[in-house]
Ligand binder design. Structure first.
Ligand SMILES: *[C@@H]1O[C@H](CO)[C@@H](O)[C@H](O)[C@H]1NC(C)=O
Ligand SMILES: *[C@@H]1O[C@H](CO)[C@@H](O)[C@H](O)[C@H]1NC(C)=O
Length: 382
């Protein structure tokens, strides 16, 4: 008796045998079925690239030469890991299409590890503008030796147990917050620029930008531009405001009278209302971070250890720095930029919506969401 398995094996033998005999006796059959022939079949798709099949150049219309008669001293900065490539492509393609195809600002990529060749080739292929890749110096990134690691890891553990967002996990998030707060603008590749636009992986830009925001910042003496403002999680910054108050007491001469304190505090500086600009989007003057005032401010916060003993983010640190140390009219809300970083987005209104040919909807506009701090910003100018 034959089992079904034996039938299968028998049929297979017969088919293979027949194939073998046909190959030997009928060369044309062998030609048609040989492996090399089959792979040739694949390759023949490359004949699409033969001259005869290509769309002739006469049909192509090169993009108009970008208008770069006047440019700011500026770069687009992206902090990324090799594993962020997919999200970086998405962000960068949009930067190019919505803005930079026209304005041709250079890109500066920073990473605490060397960028891979695949990463470099992929992002360079997306733009005609110069692209530079930098390695972050060890001391600008890693936890300083004077941080008490026992205390820091205990803090991480406690936050993890309390489910604080980005509270637990590795120290990497904390290194990143400290780097973004006080070091990225000192990197040799960034140091040579005054203005920067910070772009993160996986963001969305909804509108065309038909002017140069760097020149706008420069011509109007702005130091910090944002799109979304919201409160920080209290659990991540228990002692931040006390440290800020100490700084104010020690350096009253660095705090201008017409600053944006009403954005930060509802009781004239006594307590922090936790409002901050969402720093995953920033168009800013790096010389402001390099100034004596912000440098002293950053050093004060850094020496308090809160980047590691708590989870101070670069968003509240930059925001408090800018709102405290600059006159309020040097801050700028980019109301014509439609932007999304998970989980929030904002969308320009009426005229600007049409002007930018925006594709965001207004249902999700964060500007006047109950959680938005934009009204506090507006009130300062009301
Ligand atoms: C088999 O293919 C080769 C080239 O691919 C060709 O020169 C030859 O004439 C073919 N033989 C037959 C019998 O079709
Ligand atoms: C650009 O700005 C940086 C920082 O202010 C400065 O060091 C550099 O000299 C400037 N470059 C030019 C070409 O003005």
């Amino acid at each position: 008796m034959m089992t079904p398995m034996r039938y299968v094996v028998l049929v297979l033998f017969v088919v293979l045998g027949l194939h073998f005999i046909l190959t030997l006796s009928h060369p044309a059959y062998g030609n048609a079925t040989s492996l090399s022939r089959i792979t040739q079949g694949w390759q023949s798709s490359s004949s699409l690239f033969d001259d005869s099949r290509q769309v002739p150049d006469s049909y192509r219309s090169p993009a108009p030469k970008p208008d770069i008669s006047r440019k700011a001293n500026a770069t687009i900065v992206m902090l990324a890991r090799n594993s962020d490539l997919k999200g970086i492509r998405k962000s960068m393609k949009q930067m190019e299409d919505r803005f930079n195809k026209r304005f041709q600002y250079p890109y500066t990529f920073l990473n605490e590890e060397p960028f891979s060749d695949v990463f470099k080739e992929s992002v360079t292929a997306l733009t005609d503008a110069p692209v530079e890749f930098g390695l972050i110096p060890h001391d600008h990134w890693y936890q300083p030796a004077w941080i008490d690691e026992t205390r820091a890891s205990a803090a991480r553990k406690a936050m993890e147990e309390n489910k604080v967002i980005y509270g637990g996990t590795s120290p990497r998030y904390r290194n990143m917050c400290r780097f973004n707060s006080g070091f990225f603008y000192r990197h040799p590749l960034v140091e040579k620029y005054r203005y920067y636009w910070r772009v993160e992986p996986d963001v969305t830009f909804f509108c065309d930008l038909d002017y140069d925001p760097f020149l706008y910042m420069q011509d109007h003496g702005k130091v910090y531009g944002f799109t979304i403002a919201l409160p920080e999680y209290a659990e991540t910054i228990p002692t931040l405001w006390d440290t800020v108050k100490e700084f104010i007491k020690e350096n009253p001469e660095l705090v201008p009278k017409d600053n944006a304190m009403p954005f930060l505090s509802d009781d004239n500086g006594e307590t922090y209302n936790r409002c901050h600009f969402w720093s995953n989007f920033e168009i800013a003057d790096a010389d402001f971070w390099r100034s004596e005032a912000y440098s002293k401010f950053f050093d004060k916060l850094d020496s308090a250890g809160g980047f590691y003993y708590e989870r101070w983010g670069d968003a509240p640190v930059h925001s408090i720095g800018a709102a405290l140390l600059a006159p309020r009219d040097k801050l700028h809300f980019f109301h014509d930029i439609g932007y999304r970083h998970e989980p929030f987005e904002r969308c320009p209104l009426s005229d600007e919506y049409k002007q930018g040919k925006c594709w965001c909807g207004h249902e999700e506009n964060f500007d006047y969401h109950w959680y938005s701090c934009l009204p506090k910003y507006d009130q300062m100018f009301g």
